[in-house]
Design a protein around this ligand. Structure first.
Ligand code: CAA
Length: 379
């Protein structure tokens, strides 16, 4: 087993680290305060190849491996978890799903601008009454011959207000349960499609999360992804990879908080010595470093298995379950180590603590990850 990163992987990691320091760190506090989407920064991320990292260059992607993706995601999320979720959804849910399952025409028309970062995409599965129980879709797509008529509401859609293209999951035949679900590519601007309210969130406030309203939207037949009835399996397959992205985002949030806490503990003095010399603080940092390393290994394992073409439902779920818990634990301890300074915006750790929570909720809650893992090990 080789634990060394390749030259190329190290270069990508460094490029993402430099970008995060130079372009994301300035004004990250203001974007969080004002719920401001990092428009310019996301555009530059597209130019750097960070929005279609694993897509074949013939479709506008950067053609990199998934371990490089984990490395880049960690560096971006360390500084700005909001920019990281924009990157994760575009790469893992939208581009990966299209590259693997879309038709050649769909790839040329939609994947190419998405992977090259000219536009961004969104993935619309969740509904007001269908989050964890994803088969209970209320959004319907009625087959009208040449087109489907789409009606319904989607909730909590990342990139909802900024995307140009949306992958929308809808029920086409309720009798068939999950086999009566399809996935469609829907363009912003189509008649009857309206972007709804923007959520006022606890964390990842620089990302935009909206509801989507479909009122008799005509979706051409050629915009269905895959065979009739493939939509639920499509969503599940895509989410397996998405969970590596969110696990890496959680890893970045944790390692960002840890680095800040370590630096602070080495300089802040109490009782005539730097606080790292107090065992109460040193042991917290030791736990953080150990847990972060373990989370990183789980992310690498899932990423390497994805690149090897293996089933990643279990390893992706394990990476997300563990890394999101580490993000929560680490950020809480980073605030504690900072004491009163940790509770104010300027020191970044309170933001990271707020950002961490969502990693235990979206792309499958921690409880859903345990369902996926337990079913896999029981097989
Ligand atoms: N990988 C591949 N296929 C899977 C799968 C997985 N992890 N989990 C289920 N499936 C397949 C099954 O094999 C089955 O297919 P077949 O009938 O063809 O064999 C089909 O899906 C139905 O499976 P189940 O009977 O197990 O379905 P279920 O109703 O019990 O649900 C679940 C399974 C795992 C709970 C699923 O509903 C789930 O993952 N729920 C969570 C949904 C989720 O993650 N939502 C996140 C929203 S997206 C988001 O957050 C994006 C964002 O903006 C950041």
């Amino acid at each position: 087993m080789d634990f060394n990163l390749s030259e190329e992987q190290l270069m990508i990691q460094q490029a993402a680290r430099d970008f995060a320091q130079n372009e994301l760190l300035p004004e990250v506090i203001e974007r969080d305060r004002d719920q401001k989407f990092p428009t310019e920064q996301v555009k530059k991320m597209g130019e750097m190849g960070l929005l279609g990292m694993m897509v074949d260059p013939k479709y506008g992607g950067a053609g990199m491996d998934s371990v490089s993706y984990v490395l880049a995601m960690e560096e971006i999320a360390k500084i700005d978890a909001s920019a990281a979720v924009v990157m994760s959804v575009n790469n893992s849910l939208v581009c990966a799903g299209l590259e693997k399952f879309a038709s050649e025409e769909q790839k040329v028309k939609y994947l190419t601008p998405l992977a090259s970062g000219k536009v961004i995409g969104a993935f619309a599965l969740s509904e007001p009454e269908a989050g964890s129980d994803a088969t209970s879709q209320k959004t319907t797509a009625e087959d009208k011959g040449d087109y489907y008529l789409l009606n319904g509401i989607k909730n909590w859609i990342t990139n909802g207000g900024t995307a140009s293209y949306y992958i929308v999951i809808a029920q086409t035949d309720p009798e068939k349960k999950h086999k009566g679900i399809n996935a469609f590519i829907v363009e912003r601007g189509w008649e009857g499609f309206e972007v709804g309210v923007k959520e006022d969130k606890l964390g990842i406030r620089g990302s935009d999360t909206h509801s989507l309203i479909f009122n008799n939207v005509k979706v051409p037949k050629e915009n269905r992804i895959g065979e009739d009835g493939f939509g639920f399996n499509f969503a599940m397959a895509v989410l397996n990879g998405g969970r590596i992205g969110i696990a890496s985002q959680a890893l970045g949030i944790a390692s960002g908080a840890y680095e800040l806490a370590l630096k602070y503990a080495k300089t802040r003095k109490a009782f005539k010595t730097e606080i790292i010399n107090h065992q109460a603080i040193a042991f917290k940092l030791a736990d953080m470093a150990t847990q972060i390393t373990a989370a990183r290994m789980l992310c690498f394992k899932a990423a390497a298995e994805k690149d090897a073409g293996k089933d990643i439902s279990e390893s992706g779920a394990m990476a997300k379950l563990y890394a999101s818990q580490v993000a929560m634990d680490t950020t809480i301890e980073a605030v504690q180590i900072h004491g009163g300074y940790g509770y104010v915006k300027e020191y970044h750790v309170e933001r990271l603590m707020r950002d961490a929570k969502i990693t235990q909720i979206y792309e499958g809650t921690s409880e859903i990850q345990k369902i996926v893992i337990s079913r896999s090990i029981a097989k």
